[in-house]
Structure formats: structure tokens, C-alpha cells
Design a protein around this ligand. Structure first.
Ligand SMILES: Cc1ncc(COP(=O)(O)O)c(C=O)c1O
Length: 405
């Protein structure tokens, strides 16, 4: 049973010193640390059950298949999918969005069609659509954001038209933490008949996501940002749409029969899982889901909301710090700049104190441009962080100002 008393103790990588200081890990938006149960699940698979799945009659293969498919069922339950076949295992959110772009959008779009994305997207939710536009002649239009980093809903409503065929947006911005009103945005998109895609990479490790309630068509998740291993993620897609779609990649497991004359596709979700999948990754993600369930999103939200509030107040009080992104609904991400100091220099100095933050454009160059910046510093929180760690961040930021400002 996971207790919220000392959550950091479940994470072995957090129990180390960097440069003589206890590690303060504030880069969870890039990837979360992994709890021991996830590491154990992966190790157990390789030590006891290692075999290929779906095609073996021997015991190891059956065990591996069972664990892999159990993970699918757990994820479906966590995200309240309509059925577990709606979960497709992929490399991550990037691959999930590319799959929708290529296997759903590309065959259906042409000139005059419009794909709408927001100004705050991660490159993973920009470039796949640019590729589809090049391939089909469709055009990409951008929903602007307001100065506080929230979606300009008036502009969104104006942009929606009968030509809008796809609306794709992040649930939570990795760069500024804004939580977007995706349920409302999906409902507005549906009114004009558009297909909706949500990039949920930054959401599922932090907040309850209900696929049925959001009522989007596709939802992309990233395993490594929700305590799971790297190289695993999922696409959740409405079953009827997944059935309509042609496969994206060909190979083993995605077929029922193959002859040189004709190949018949396997059923959803296997139709989209060509080749040997990341079996250990899926099992590790299943363990991460159990970890989240045991802790509970209520606990996660409570801790992260307090950290966001305290971190925002603490950093705001430091002269020379500007916080970028102050939308009313935010997840535990604080982007900031220091007057006259390059973010990379701040990041390097903080690392000497054991404080790990992210600096750069956060794979969101258009968003940086919107704020007239090339880069920011970003502190992002997870359930294992504490207010004391925020105090250490603030102290290290003050040191950086003294040294560089
Ligand atoms: C908002 C957002 N979308 C997509 C991605 C890409 O996710 P993945 O690493 O699972 O491909 C990231 C990763 O940083 C992200 O923050």
C-alpha cells in the first residue's frame, strides 16, 4: 500500500546527492522518476517471464502475454475507456499523435480542409500535422493564446468552421502548465463535425482523465511522464474510429493471415501494434498505473496544487524573476526567466546545488516566440516533491542572481 507520508522514499533515484547536495528533482515534465514497484515489475518480467507474446503456447509466453494484456486493461480502467481494445500500445505520445495523423487524418483530408492546433503545442503536436498538410494540401491554423497562457476561446470559436476537420490540442502545456478546457473545446469542435485529438502527455501522471467524459476521439498518453518506463505510451481511440482506420505499419502481430495475394488485418488494437512491442515497457506502465491508483489522484492533486501555489508565491517574491504562464487553471509547472541571465546559465548553477530544472524552449518554439523569448527556466513538480525543495530552488535562484545578475 502506498502511503503519502514520505512519497519520495518509493523512488530510488531520488535518494542521491548531486555535488554534495541532496538531489532536488524538479524536471518531472520532462520525465518522472520511477517508483521501485515499476522497476521491480520490469525486472520480474526479465528474470521470470521473458518471452515473446501472443504467439507462444509455452508457459513463459503465456505469462508474458497475460501481464502485457493486464496492463492494457488497467490503463483502460484508469482512463475510463469504453473497452480495453481502445488502448493501443505505442512508443509514447509522439508516436500516438503520428499514428492518428497518418492513419486517420491523411487518408481523409484534402485541400480546403483545416487542422486546428493551439499556439502552446509541443512540437509533437505540431510537426505530425505539418506533415499531413504537406501530404494532403490541407492547411494548419493556430488557436491563439492570451497573455496569461490560457486559450483565447473567443478566437477559437471564430476559427471553427465547416472546413475544420481536426482539432488537436494539449490537455496540459508542458512549457507553461496551462490546463486547457478540453471538454468544452471538444464539444465545440463536434458542433462543426471535427475530429478531436488530445495530447495528454502531461495530464495522466497528475490528474484524473476520463476519456468518455471528455468525449474526444483520440487521446495520446506518455508512459514515462506518469511514473512508467521510457519508450512506452498509448493511444486511446474510439473503437469505431480505430476499426475504420487502415493500419499504419505492417509486420507481425497486426495480421490475421498473410499470403502473397492478400493479407487480412488483425483486430483492433493489434492492427496497430506491428512487430514485437515493448513488452517490459507495457508491464512497467501497468505497475505505474497501480502506483497511481494506490496513491489516488486526490492525494496527487492536493500535493501538487500546494506545491504550485507555494512555488509561485516563493519565486514571485524574488526580485528579477518573471513567471511565464499565469493561467487560472495550471498544473505543477512554473516557467520563469531572470532579468539579464540566460536560462542555461541558471540551470547550470542550480545543478551545482543539486537542483535539477529544465532550461530551453521545451520543444515549444512557437510558444516561446509568442512570449518574445528564446528559452525559459522550468521547474515542474510531481507528487514526490516538497515545499522544502522549493525553498532550495529559491535559494539556488537567488545565488544565481548574485553570481550572474
Ligand atoms: C505536451 C507534450 N506532448 C508530447 C510529448 C512527447 O511525449 P513522448 O515523450 O511520450 O513522445 C511531450 C514530452 O515532453 C509533451 O510534454
Amino acid at each position: 500500500m502506498v502511503s503519502d507520508a514520505v512519497i519520495a522514499e518509493y523512488f530510488p533515484a531520488l535518494q542521491q546527492d548531486i555535488g554534495g547536495n541532496k538531489l532536488v528533482y524538479l524536471d518531472s515534465a520532462a520525465t518522472t522518476q520511477k517508483p521501485q514497484c515499476v522497476i521491480d515489475a520490469i525486472t520480474h518480467y526479465y528474470e521470470h517471464d521473458n518471452a515473446n507474446i501472443h504467439r507462444g503456447v509455452h508457459t513463459l509466453s503465456q505469462r508474458a502475454t497475460q501481464s502485457y494484456e493486464n496492463a492494457r486493461v488497467r490503463i483502460a480502467k484508469l482512463l475510463h475507456a469504453n473497452r480495453h481494445e481502445e488502448i493501443i500500445f505505442l512508443r509514447g505520445a509522439t508516436e500516438a499523435i503520428n499514428l492518428v495523423a497518418q492513419a486517420y487524418a491523411r487518408p481523409r483530408l484534402g485541400e480546403d480542409d483545416v487542422i486546428l492546433i493551439t499556439e502552446m503545442e509541443h512540437h509533437s503536436n505540431i510537426v505530425p500535422w505539418q506533415l499531413v498538410c504537406e501530404q494532403t494540401g490541407a492547411s494548419l491554423e493556430i488557436i491563439p493564446i492570451c497573455d496569461d497562457g490560457s486559450i483565447d476561446m473567443v478566437a477559437y470559436k471564430t476559427l471553427l468552421s465547416e472546413n475544420t476537420r481536426v482539432v488537436s490540442m494539449s490537455h496540459v502545456s508542458n512549457a507553461i502548465g496551462t490546463i486547457n478546457p478540453i471538454k468544452e473545446m471538444c464539444s465545440l469542435a463536434k458542433e462543426v463535425g471535427a475530429t478531436t485529438v488530445i495530447d495528454g502527455a502531461q495530464a495522466t501522471g497528475h490528474m484524473k482523465v476520463d476519456f468518455q467524459e471528455i468525449n474526444c476521439d483520440f487521446y495520446a498518453i506518455s508512459g514515462h511522464k506518469m511514473f512508467g518506463p521510457t519508450g512506452i505510451g498509448c493511444l486511446v481511440g474510439k473503437y469505431e474510429l480505430l476499426q475504420e482506420m487502415e493500419p499504419w505499419q505492417g509486420g507481425g502481430d497486426m495480421i490475421l493471415t498473410v499470403s502473397f495475394e492478400e493479407t487480412i488485418w488483425n483486430e483492433v488494437p493489434f492492427k496497430f501494434e506491428a512487430g514485437t512491442p515493448n513488452i517490459a515497457g507495457a508491464i512497467g506502465l501497468g505497475a505505474a498505473v497501480s502506483f497511481i491508483e494506490e496513491l489516488g489522484y486526490n492525494t496527487i492533486n492536493k500535493i501538487e496544487d500546494e506545491l504550485l501555489l507555494y512555488g509561485t508565491q516563493t519565486l514571485r517574491e524574488i526580485e528579477g524573476v518573471t513567471i511565464i504562464g499565469t493561467a487560472p487553471h495550471k498544473a505543477g509547472v512554473i516557467a520563469f526567466t531572470l532579468d539579464g541571465v540566460h536560462p542555461h546559465d541558471v540551470g547550470t548553477i542550480l545543478d551545482h546545488s543539486g537542483v535539477a530544472i529544465r532550461t530551453g524552449n521545451h520543444c515549444a518554439e512557437p510558444l516561446m516566440k509568442r512570449f518574445g523569448l528564446n528559452a525559459t527556466c522550468r521547474a515542474s513538480f510531481s507528487v514526490y516533491n516538497t515545499k522544502e525543495e522549493i525553498d532550495k530552488l529559491a535559494a539556488a535562484v537567488k545565488d544565481a542572481i548574485t553570481m550572474l545578475g
